[in-house]
Structures are given as C-alpha cells and as structure tokens.
Design a protein around this ligand. Structure first.
Ligand SMILES: [Mn+2]
Length: 358
C-alpha cells in the first residue's frame, strides 16, 4: 500500500525510477516502505514494480515481506553495486530519484559517476510522506512510549545518592528491553546537577547527590519506531529557585501543547513556550528549538522552533520539549510526544509531569 502511494507520486512527477540505498544499513524510507531493516539492501521502485536487492544473508528474512508488488532480486555472485547497475540498466530510463541525504558519497560515485542518468533528489518527498503517520504507526509509537514510561517508573526505585548517572541509565535501558524494546532509540541522557545544564550530556560516572536535579531524556525503539521523552526529578531536597524554574518549564510545556493543531506553524508553537520562559526571566537560558518530528528516526524533519517553516498537519508526531539550563548549576527539561489532530492534539504520553522528589 505504501509502495502504491509512492508509485502514484512518481507518475505525477514523471519520475521513472527510485533507488534507495545505504551500505551501512536500511534507510528509514526502505524500512517505511517495506519493513526491511537489514544492512546492505537496495530498493528500486518504478511506477509499475518494486524490487528489493539483497545478498544471501537476508534472502530468508526478505521472503517474509515480499508481496505481489515487491519482488526479490538476489545479488548472487555479483556485488550490490553490480546488481543495482544491471537492474537500472535493464529499465532503459533517464530520471532516477534518490535519497540524497542517505547515500554515501563513495557509493554515489560507484553507481552514478560517468553515467548518463539524470539524478533527482527526492529526500523532501519521502520525508513529507513519512511525516504523516498511519493508524498502525501511531499504535506502534504508543507502545514504544508505554514501554519507556513503565521503565521510568520502575527506575525511580533505584534513584538515591551515591549511584552513578550511568547506573541509572543502565537500569532504564534494561527495564525498557525487559518490556520489549529493541534498544534505546538514542544514547540515554542522565544529567544530574550542573551536568543537567548540558542539554545533550549523556550519562556519566558522576554520582548522584542530595539536592541534585536530574534531567533524564530517553526513549525505547519498538518495532522500528522511537519514543523520545524527558522528565526532570529531584534527589531528596530542592531549593526554591529549582521549584520556580521547574514550574516555568512545566507551564511552557503545557501551554505549547494546548496550542498544537493542524494548520498551526512550528514557529508559533515555539513562540508560546519561549515567551513564557522569557517572561519568567530565563529567556537566554532556553537555547534550543521547542521540538522536532519523531518516528522511525528520533529526529525527523519537522521543526518546532524559531527557524521553523513547517505548518503542522494531522498525523504529524512532534516533541514539545522546553528547557531552562543554568550553567554550572542545573537544568530542567520536560518533553512529551504529541500527535497533531485536525482540531487539536493527542498527548501520547501519560507519565506524570508533577515535580517528583525521590
Ligand atoms: Mn527530543
């Protein structure tokens, strides 16, 4: 069905063929269109057929995903490059669309250098197709989020002074896998005290201490789809300044989420959160965008930020993640995953955002 949609797009745009290929692994669009996630596969689509090209390591796995519209081409004794070239040559075509951002320069040269094909960059078309989630995709993402949240609740039992950030991250990742996650979608961030002010500081050997705030940014990958959420918790006791910063970030998170609906711009949603943080006197301490698209990739191409040119559409899933980072002291970030609806939104998270002091 998804291949059918892309074939219609090809007919409408006079595109004779598409080659999706990356030697280091299946690209997000190959996975999206076929479910194939092995390495070294290539996908060739024409308006009338789709072929997946793999070597003997993957032929059994691929048989599971073959349909009337998707057939298998074995590389056999040929290299993947020779196989791609022979398949493309046999099509007798001029225009080939490629995933420009996913192909390696050396692979591009090997396949296309000194050839007469006209190469068209179709990154944007593939991304905008993937930006509108299907009902099945949303169900899978809900499951990824539920796994993440349940693991977080279990992890809270381990938070105490003396254990390291890495230990806490390991507990969280173990609990996610126990619940069915393939793996964490990205390196788990556990940033305590001053390390919480590094928005992307991954878990270190630093030990938790009484009075620390801990920024925990994490998410399970489940059946190829990612969760991405952040909670900030306190250890034993916290100051009034921390309490004030926390309630500012929480307010920014909630008000921005309330404004989400199809037709709103990423710029305007970001502005709502940014103004709240500015009003509270912390404007210069919120340095990153408010959110991003989420799905097969942890960062998909929708942006909710001061630089955003996106208008939200029903079926988009975006993160809303305001933060305040006080250098050398602490950070607070609160992140939810939000499904855009025609007349509003659905918060895919149900994990409490009240300030937790463990
Ligand atoms: Mn995020």
């Amino acid at each position: 069905l998804k291949i059918g949609i892309i074939q219609k797009f090809m007919k409408d745009n006079d595109l004779e063929a598409m080659l999706l290929f990356n030697t280091e692994g299946s690209t997000p669009s190959i996975f999206y269109l076929t479910g194939f996630s092995g390495n070294d596969g290539a996908l060739i689509i024409t308006p009338n057929c789709a072929k997946i090209l793999v070597d003997s390591r993957y032929t059994e796995e691929v048989k599971e995903i073959l349909t009337d519209e998707l057939t298998l081409v074995k590389t056999g004794t040929r290299t993947i490059y020779e196989t791609i070239e022979e398949e493309l040559n046999s099509l007798k075509i001029q225009n080939i669309g490629i995933e420009y951002s996913k192909i390696y320069h050396r692979d591009y040269d090997k396949i296309f250098k000194n050839k007469n094909w006209n190469i068209v960059n179709i990154d944007e078309q593939l991304e905008s197709m993937r930006n509108i989630k299907t009902v099945e995709e949303i169900e899978t993402m809900k499951k990824a989020i539920k796994i993440s949240e349940d693991a977080f609740v279990e992890m809270l039992n381990y938070v105490k002074p003396g254990i390291t950030e890495k230990y806490l991250a390991a507990v969280l990742e173990f609990e996610m896998k126990k619940r069915g996650a393939e793996k964490p979608g990205f390196d788990t961030i556990v940033g305590s005290s001053f390390r919480g002010a590094l928005p992307h500081g991954i878990a270190s050997e630093k030990k938790l201490e009484e009075g620390d705030m801990i920024v925990i940014d994490f998410g399970a990958r489940y059946k190829g789809y990612n969760a991405d959420l952040t909670r900030t918790i306190g250890v034993k006791s916290i100051t009034d300044e921390v309490r004030n910063v926390y309630s500012t970030v929480l307010n920014a998170n909630k008000e921005a989420i309330k404004a989400v609906k199809a037709g709103e711009s990423g710029f305007d949603i970001d502005k709502i959160a940014r103004e709240i943080i500015k009003e509270a006197g912390y404007g210069e301490y919120f340095g990153h965008g408010l959110g991003h698209g989420l799905g097969i990739e942890v960062h998909e191409n929708i942006s909710v930020s001061p630089r955003s040119k996106h208008t939200l559409k029903a079926g988009n899933v975006v993160t809303i993640e305001p933060g305040i980072y006080l250098d050398g002291k602490f950070g607070v970030r609160i992140e939810d995953d939000i499904l855009v609806l025609k007349n509003g939104y659905e918060n895919l998270n149900s994990l409490s955002k009240d300030l937790i002091i463990v």
